[in-house]
Ligand binder design. Structure first.
Ligand SMILES: [Zn+2]
Length: 374
C-alpha cells in the first residue's frame, strides 16, 4: 500500500482542493466527501490510497476520527481501522504496539482485539502466543513472572511447572534460568571458549574440553602469589591488589590456572577423603572448573586459610570492589542452591568490564549468562 502523508496545511489550498485530489486519483464521489469535511483544508493527502478511499466512504466513517484513521491506514484494512478507531480500541498511543503485533510471526487477525485488550506486561509476542492458545486464564500469573528482572519468555512453561517449588518468583526464576533445577553433570553443554571468550560460563552444566588450555598464560610474580593466569586477567588482578594494598590490605593469589589433568588429580584426591556428593559441593569435576580457563583466582590473605578468610577485611573489600577490576564473586553464601558450590569467599572470576553490570544485577553468573550472554 502506498504511503499516505498527512500534513497540516496552513496555506491556500482552498480553491484548488478539488482538482488536487482528482489529480491524485481520487474519484469524484470521494473528492466530494473530502470537500464536505468541515476541515477539508487541514487534512492533506499527498498520494492516492485505496484503503483511505474506502475509509472515507464507509458508512461508519466519523469525521472527527479522520486523523486517527490515517495513522493506521497502511497497517490494517478499512473495516478494522473503522471498527477499532470508532470504538476507541485503537488510538495514537497504539501505533508502536500495532506495528509489533501485526509483524509478529504468530499474528492472527481474528484475535486482534484481544491482543489490544491486554496491556503487555509481558511482551507482545508472548501475549499473542497465550491468546492464540487460549491460555489467558494463566495471564495474571505469567504477567507476574514477566515482571521479574530475569524473566525469559522461552522458559514460561518450565517456570509454571516448578512454581510450587520456590517461595518467591525471584527464587523460582533464578532456579530455572541457572538450570539448577536440572540434575548436574547430565546432558552437559560445551563451554564454548571460542564463541564467548572471557564470558564463557563453566559450571555443572557447561564443560570445557579436556585439551582446553589458554594460549596467553603468564606466570604470576611472587609478590602477587603463584601459578599462571591469562594475561588480561593477571594485569587486572595486579591493579586490584595494588589498590587494595594502598588501603592497607594484604592479599595474594594462591590458586589460579589449573589444567584438566591437575583438576582430575585434585578431584580424585578429594574422592579418597569424602563421598562424591560432598566432594561435588566444594570441588569441580575435571572440565567443570573455572580454574581451567585461566580466568579464576583463589585469593587469600597472609595468616589466613580457606577456613577463616571470610573473616578478613580483605574478603569484605573484594566483595565490594572486585567488579571494578573486572572480577566477579562467583559462589556467594546465599546462592549455594544455584551455583552448586558452598560459599567460597576466596574465589573470583575475571570477566572484564561487564563485571559491573553483573554486580549491579545482583544475579549469579550462572543466571546472568543464560539471560544476557547466551
Ligand atoms: Zn577457586
Amino acid at each position: 500500500m502506498k504511503k499516505v502523508v498527512v500534513l497540516l496545511l496552513c496555506f491556500i489550498l482552498l480553491g484548488c482542493t478539488k482538482n488536487y485530489y482528482k489529480e491524485l486519483g481520487y474519484d469524484s464521489k470521494t473528492v466530494k466527501k473530502i470537500e464536505s469535511l468541515k476541515d477539508n483544508n487541514q487534512v492533506f493527502f499527498s498520494e492516492y490510497n485505496e484503503n483511505l478511499t474506502n475509509i472515507i466512504n464507509n458508512e461508519d466513517f466519523i469525521e472527527d476520527n479522520l486523523k486517527t484513521y490515517v495513522l493506521f491506514v497502511d497497517l490494517l484494512d478499512c473495516d478494522t481501522v473503522i471498527r477499532l478507531v470508532n470504538n476507541k480500541t485503537l488510538g495514537e498511543f497504539n501505533l508502536n504496539r500495532i506495528n509489533e503485533i501485526i509483524n509478529d510471526q504468530n499474528y492472527d487477525e481474528n484475535h486482534l482485539e484481544e491482543y489490544l485488550k491486554y496491556y503487555p506486561r509481558t511482551s507482545e509476542s508472548l501475549l499473542i502466543k497465550l491468546i492464540n492458545n487460549d491460555r489467558m486464564d494463566e495471564y495474571p500469573l505469567i504477567a507476574k513472572l514477566a515482571s521479574d528482572k530475569g524473566f525469559v519468555e522461552d522458559n514460561v512453561d518450565i517456570y509454571l511447572k516448578h512454581i510450587e517449588e520456590k517461595e518467591t518468583i525471584r527464587e523460582l526464576i533464578e532456579y530455572i534460568n541457572s538450570k539448577a533445577y536440572l540434575p548436574p553433570y547430565e546432558n552437559e553443554e560445551k563451554a564454548d571458549t571460542d564463541k564467548y571468550g572471557y564470558l564463557v560460563l563453566v559450571n555443572k552444566y557447561y564443560k570445557l574440553a579436556e585439551d582446553y588450555k589458554p594460549d596467553d598464560l603468564v606466570e604470576v610474580e611472587s609478590n602477587y602469589g603463584r601459578g599462571f593466569l591469562r594475561k588480561e586477567a593477571y594485569e587486572a588482578y595486579k591493579k586490584m591488589q595494588d589498590d587494595a594494598e594502598k588501603e592497607g590490605l594484604s592479599m595474594y593469589i594462591t590458586s589460579p590456572y589449573r589444567s584438566y589433568d591437575t583438576q582430575y588429580k585434585l578431584y580424585n584426591y578429594y574422592l579418597s577423603i569424602d563421598p562424591q556428593d560432598i566432594v561435588d559441593t566444594y570441588s569441580a569435576r575435571p572440565g567443570n572448573s573455572e580454574h581451567q580457563l585461566g580466568l579464576a583466582v583463589d585469593i587469600l590473605s597472609p595468616g589466613y586459610d580457606f577456613g577463616n578468610f571470610y573473616q578478613t577485611k580483605e574478603a569484605e573489600w573484594l566483595k565490594e570492589n572486585a567488579y571494578k577490576y573486572g572480577f566477579i564473586f562467583r559462589y556467594p553464601e546465599d546462592k549455594v542452591d544455584i551455583t552448586g558450590y558452598k560459599f567460597e569467599p576466596w574465589h573470583y572470576r575475571y570477566v572484564g568490564k561487564i563485571a559491573k553490570d553483573i554486580y549491579d544485577s545482583g544475579l549469579t553468573y550462572d543466571e546472568y549468562f543464560e539471560k544476557y550472554i547466551k
